[in-house]
Each structure stands twice: as structure tokens, then as C-alpha cells.
Design a binder for this molecule. Structure first.
Ligand code: SF4
Length: 533
């Protein structure tokens, strides 16, 4: 077979198509976005009718993928780590309902917070839900694990999580594809009530999940993704999880590694393999990307002594690992490389020149000037850059949709005006329900929707709200007279300030839609149109 040069994300997408996946569901979020984009750009996916549309949020994506699995077909759902918080409700319950067709949940964690609000480690969610978790160490394994994950999922009728991290998702390597599996036919679940989580059924299913745990542990013990390599130097043994195994090998830079090593790529933790490693080793160092999950589990095992890792400070508690960090910890020489040139370091993010959000914030700042600071709640998108100079325009950014609900809470507490700044995609992701709460409670807020007709921050994916925001707001109960649309351009500045000022004064729920296409998307669109003509 020919080799393909693929990002980790693309390897997963390509494997999904090769493994007979019938649908992929996702909401864009760095570093997972390219998985869906790869399928969307594939002629083969279109020809084979593989469903690949963006969902409104991660919860709806998870539920739709579960629905496809219900039909007996293989489905995949992809998200970034914080997206799993949004999808946590169906995620936890899918472990109880079980699945029918193979169901793979791909979660891309972002240690070092390159583009995220936190560093949370999705392996904990896998453990929480008691489902198998796979953690590849390179792009080839990411590809191969998709096949294995679907097969494991169908064998145990359980969702399987494939957890990757930024470095793997966004680095490219040669991948050898394997055979192509045909998509499955519709075949409804053998257990007709397994998806009905009424308490009596849920209790039975939950007991079944618990009873399955020893089998899942036995799978891990014999899994080819968990390998023990013995060594003569027992002064220290290494447990290296997923990508961290590469850092360990790289730290030795071609020199013989004479210590015992347990490489972990499948969870639950293979305890017998752990005991095999620890027996005779004076000390164990755990190398893992993210939280100290394995280190914590080891500390709970009576036979395992003298554990080091991220908890005791041997390794940094936060941030990505890399070969240099691992080298230093192991007392090996680190290859620091040449210094980072000034041109690429310390470059704070900023709006693209000419972005409509600039004019939106300029109008808002002038309109709100007389009220004093601390009244603008923001959401997550390009517009969050409004927190930085020269704007210093926003006072919160917590999670998707929180701008509306935090403004509502602040208004309920007597803050006036209370303004939410949210993008069109984030609004349909999880801002709409907060707006409904505000309408129901008559909370006096102004919601400023930066409508750039796309999901700008992640690269211009389709937004569920495009062309329908006014209708959605009216449908949620906002008075039509207080749904205003402005054009955020310099030449409309004064008019925009006046409209926003009037709505800030209104003692009910108002919405101001600042509509102007993201210039990156507009440029791309115009180029495509020119190529077509
Ligand atoms: S990508 Fe689009 S929305 Fe984001 S800053 Fe640039 S122009 Fe503005």
C-alpha cells in the first residue's frame, strides 16, 4: 500500500473512512477540527455517502452519532477536550445504553492550552464512564486504533474513546493504510430496550457495565497497545503513556535504553503489566501527557512503591511534555536547539486587519462609556481578543454560551447595563438556551451577536445560525422591536453607537446583531468563486 503523509487528525479521518464509518459528527474545536474537515473534503466520502455535517454543539453531535450507532452502522464523534464537557450528559449515558454499531469518540486534549481555556485530561472521563480508552503514540497508531476501536466497540457493545493531544493531532507523518471495510447495513439493536434509560433498565445496564470491567481490564493486559520491555538496569523503570513514549525514546537519542519500560496505549490500566514492571525496580517514573492519571492510580496499588511523575514534581505538573523536559528529568543531555528568533516569539494574537469585530467593539465601547467598567460578558471566539489592548472591552470568558447567562445573572443582581458579546456560531452552540432563560425571567440584558456568518476562530466552518439569527431570537421571545442589525464598518460608527446606546437603556431583553462576514472567509470565498468562473 502507498504511504500517505497525514496529520494525526487526518489519519483518524482517513481510517474512519477505510473502516466503514457511515457518519462523523463534530463541532469545530482546536485541535480536533481537521478530522471532520478531512472527511468533508474527501470526494470518496461524498461518493460513499458518509454523513459529515457540522453539528450545533458537541452534545448534539454525540447524540446524533449515538443515533447512527443505534442503526447498527459505525459512527464517529469528534471534539476538543472542553467539548466533552458539553457532551458529558450523553457521553456518560452512552456507556450505560451501550451501542449497536461501532461508536468511536475522538477527543483531542490540549496540554499547554495552545488554544483552550484549560488542560483537562479526557482519560479521566473515560475512566469516569468506565469505557475503554485508546491513546496512540504516532499517526500510524492513530490510524490503526480506529479499526481496533470500532471492532472493540462492537465486541463489547460499548463506546470507545480515542484520546489524542495537540502535538499528535497537528503533526504530520507517513501512514500506511490497511484494507477497506464496507459500511454496515441497518440492523437494529438485539436488546430492544437497551437505549431506554428508565431506572429499572438503567440499573440493569449499569450492573452489566460494572460486570464487564474485568473483561475490559483483561483486554488491556493482552492488548498489543500495552507492551512491556524488560531491561537490565532496575534502578528505575519507566511507564510511558501514548505520545510520552516517543519523548522517552527521543531523550535517549539512539542510545541503548537498558531500563524496563511499560508503554501504555490502552486503558483501563493493565495492573498485571504494571506489577511486572515494578517488581524489582527500585523506582518508577511515569511519563504521561496531561494529568497524572496513571501516577495517581499507581499510588493506590499497594505493591507499587517509589513512584515519581507529575504529582511529586519530578515532571512539571502542567503543560505539554517534550523530549527536552524528559531528557532533563532522566539526567540526559537536552538538545535545546538554536534560540527562538524574535520574529516568531512573543507574538500576541490580534484581530485580522479590517475585521468587523474591531468596529463592533469600537461602537460598544463608546456606547457604554458613561456607565463605568465591568459590564461586558464575553464568549469564546475571535471576539474574545476584545479583552486585549487597545480595547480592554470584556470582563469575562468562561465557557461556550456563558456570556449570555452570566450577563443574565449580573442583571438579576442589579447590574445595568449587562451586555453579552457572543458570536453567531457560539450563539447556536449554547447561547440560545441562556437567551430563553433571560426572556422567560425578563432579565434586562443586551446581547451583542458578532455575526461573521461562520465559525471564524477555528478556520471558517459552517455556522448553524447563518441567515437565521433574527428569526431564532424572535422565536425565543425577544421582542422584534428590540432585535436590531448593524453593519460594523467605520462609516456606520455613529449610527451603530446610537443603536447600541438605545438598547442598553432598554429594561428588557434586547439583541443587536453586528453582521459582517469574516474577511478571511470572504477572501477565500471570492477566490473560490473566481476559480469557478
Ligand atoms: S478570522 Fe475573521 S473573525 Fe477572526 S479576527 Fe480574522 S477577520 Fe475577524
Amino acid at each position: 500500500m502507498d504511504k500517505l503523509m497525514l496529520l494525526g487528525d487526518e489519519a483518524i479521518a482517513h481510517a474512519g473512512m477505510d473502516a466503514g464509518m457511515s457518519g462523523i459528527y463534530a463541532y469545530p474545536g482546536t485541535p480536533s477540527t481537521e478530522i471532520m474537515e478531512y472527511v468533508q473534503n474527501s470526494h470518496r466520502a461524498a461518493k460513499e455517502n458518509i454523513f459529515c455535517q457540522w453539528s450545533a454543539n458537541e452534545k448534539t453531535a454525540m447524540e446524533a452519532a449515538l443515533g447512527m450507532s443505534y442503526t447498527g452502522k459505525r459512527s464517529m464523534v469528534c471534539m476538543k477536550h472542553v467539548g466533552l464537557n458539553v457532551a458529558a450528559d450523553p457521553f456518560m449515558n452512552a456507556a450505560i445504553t451501550g451501542v449497536n454499531g461501532g461508536f468511536l469518540i475522538v477527543v483531542a486534549d490540549d496540554p499547554s492550552m495552545h488554544s483552550s481555556q484549560n488542560e483537562q485530561d479526557s482519560r479521566y472521563y473515560g475512566k469516569f464512564a468506565m469505557i475503554p480508552v485508546l491513546e496512540p503514540l504516532n499517526q500510524q497508531e492513530a490510524y490503526d486504533m480506529v479499526f481496533y476501536g470500532f471492532e472493540l466497540s462492537e465486541r463489547y457493545r460499548l463506546p470507545v474513546m480515542l484520546r489524542i493531544t495537540t502535538r499528535l493531532a497537528h503533526s504530520r507523518s507517513a501512514v500506511v493504510p490497511s484494507k477497506k471495510i464496507m459500511q454496515k447495513q441497518v440492523a437494529l439493536p438485539a436488546d430492544p430496550v437497551q437505549f431506554v434509560l428508565l431506572p429499572a433498565i438503567a440499573r440493569r445496564r449499569y450492573r452489566g457495565l460494572i460486570e464487564m470491567q474485568p473483561d475490559l481490564a483483561a483486554e488491556s493486559e493482552s492488548s498489543g497497545w500495552n507492551t512491556f520491555t524488560d531491561g537490565s538496569d532496575k534502578s528505575v523503570g519507566y511507564i510511558a503513556c501514548g505520545l510520552a513514549h516517543n519523548y522517552l525514546i527521543e531523550a535517549y537519542r539512539g542510545k541503548q535504553l537498558s531500563n524496563p519500560v511499560l508503554r501504555i496505549g490502552q486503558y483501563p490500566l493493565p495492573e498485571k503489566l504494571v506489577e511486572k514492571l515494578t517488581a524489582g525496580c527500585e523506582k518508577v517514573i511515569v511519563l504521561e501527557e496531561g494529568y497524572p492519571l496513571v501516577e495517581e492510580l499507581l499510588r493506590g496499588l499497594p505493591a507499587v512503591k517509589n513512584i515519581s511523575g507529575r504529582i511529586d514534581g519530578t515532571l512539571p505538573r502542567d503543560g505539554e511534555l517534550n523530549p527536552d523536559i524528559v531528557s532533563r528529568v532522566l539526567g540526559l543531555s537536552a538538545n535545546e536547539g538554536p534560540p527562538v528568533p524574535d520574529v516568531v516569539k512573543n507574538r500576541p494574537p490580534s484581530f485580522c486587519s479590517g475585521c468587523g469585530h474591531i468596529d463592533m467593539f469600537n461602537a460598544l465601547l463608546e456606547a457604554i462609556e458613561g456607565y463605568g467598567p465591568g459590564r461586558v460578558f464575553s464568549d469564546i471566539g475571535c471576539y474574545t481578543l476584545g479583552a486585549l489592548p487597545p480595547f480592554n472591552a470584556i470582563n469575562s470568558c468562561v465557557d461556550m454560551g456563558a456570556s449570555v447567562t452570566m450577563a443574565k445573572g449580573a442583571a438579576d443582581g442589579g447590574l445595568h447595563p449587562a451586555v453579552s458579546v457572543i458570536g453567531d456560531s457560539t450563539f447556536t452552540h449554547s447561547g440560545m438556551t441562556g437567551l430563553l432563560d433571560a426572556v422567560n425571567d425578563g432579565s434586562p440584558i443586551t446581547v451583542l451577536i458578532g455575526d461573521n456568518s461562520t465559525t471564524g476562530m477555528t478556520g471558517g466552518q459552517k455556522s448553524s445560525a447563518t441567515g437565521r439569527i433574527e428569526d431564532i431570537c424572535a422565536g425565543l421571545g425577544v421582542e422584534p422591536g428590540h432585535i436590531k442589525t448593524i453593519n460594523p464598518l467605520k462609516k456606520h460608527h455613529q449610527e451603530n453607537v446610537e443603536i447600541i446606546s438605545r438598547e442598553l437603556e432598554y429594561k428588557g431583553v434586547s439583541v443587536v446583531i453586528a453582521r459582517r462576514e469574516c474577511i478571511q472567509v470572504a477572501m477565500r470565498r471570492k477566490k473560490e468563486e473566481k476559480t469557478k468562473n
